[in-house]
Design a protein around this ligand. Structure first.
Ligand code: MN
Length: 262
């Protein structure tokens, strides 16, 4: 199976290299088009105001059989160029494996998940993979996610997803032998405490750094609960953000009958 592989941590990040390696070792044909530097948290941005370049990688961390291109745009730019220019016949987009989870409302910030959304826009089967690890200070076990990606790819061969639906996969940072199983989940809630940090630069001027500590609502059945309890979380995500019950409700509340002349 040919797979377009991208990410938002950059083409040299260990997560994407391991994902491509696992796919290639299982006999598949990954084609990597990924940002030339980290582009985490850029969401679904595409680049319209300057030209984009694609640079074929020679050498680098990928096995020789893997074609890889670095792009100076966003993750979604990579999918656009990957599917429109590099390999239009590819039917599957895998994004990741991200360094850190993409759970709760972080989906809308995530370049990793947005790249999979761009795959959906192109009508392709799309999956985002993230590892529930800390940014540093602990070993990051991307191999667990790589192994699951191979299983999932083979499963998708006989179980096509509904149109307009992608899978958002979060994998615990555990060896495969300690994974408890796979749970199909819904998006949970993750809030950030102390989001804005007010600091001072060496000249005494104020600056701000947006960060914050994640506070998860631990409810069974959600993505945050599943990864925290040792399960691989698979959330089906629909790109259509319309809240259908409100369409009728708003009409019933007279919004469409407002007298605009008075
Ligand atoms: Mn990232």
């Amino acid at each position: 199976m040919r797979v377009l592989v991208t990410n938002d941590d950059g083409i040299y990040a260990p997560g994407i290299v391991i994902l491509a390696k696992f796919l290639a070792e299982a006999g598949h044909e990954p084609v990597v088009v990924a940002p030339d530097r980290e582009r985490s948290s850029v969401g679904h941005a595409i680049t319209l105001t300057r030209p984009l370049r694609l640079q074929p990688l020679s050498g680098g961390p990928y096995p020789d059989v893997v074609k890889a291109y670095a792009c100076d745009g966003t993750p979604s730019d990579c999918v656009v160029l990957g599917l429109d220019e590099v390999a239009p016949e590819i039917a599957i987009v895998f994004s990741g494996v991200n360094r850190g989870p993409n759970v709760g409302d972080d989906l809308t910030y995530s370049g990793t998940v947005s790249a999979a959304m761009e795959g959906l826009v192109f009508g392709r089967t799309s999956v985002a993979f993230s590892l529930n690890c800390k940014p540093d200070g602990e070993e990051q076990l991307y191999e667990t996610a790589g192994a699951f990606a191979v299983h999932l790819l083979e499963w998708l061969g006989t179980h096509p997803l509904p149109q307009g639906v992608l899978l958002n996969v979060n994998v615990p940072n555990l060896p495969l032998s300690l994974i408890k199983g796979v749970q199909v989940t819904r998006k949970g809630t993750r809030a950030y405490e102390g989001k804005v940090n007010r600091l001072q630069d060496p000249h005494g001027r104020t600056y701000y750094w947006v960060a914050g500590r994640p506070e998860d609502e631990m409810v069974e059945g959600t993505d945050v609960w599943a990864v925290a309890h040792g399960y691989i979380s698979v959330t089906p995500v629909h790109l259509d953000m319309t809240h259908y019950p409100s369409v009728e409700a708003l009409c019933g509340q007279g919004l469409t009958e407002l007298d605009l002349e008075n």
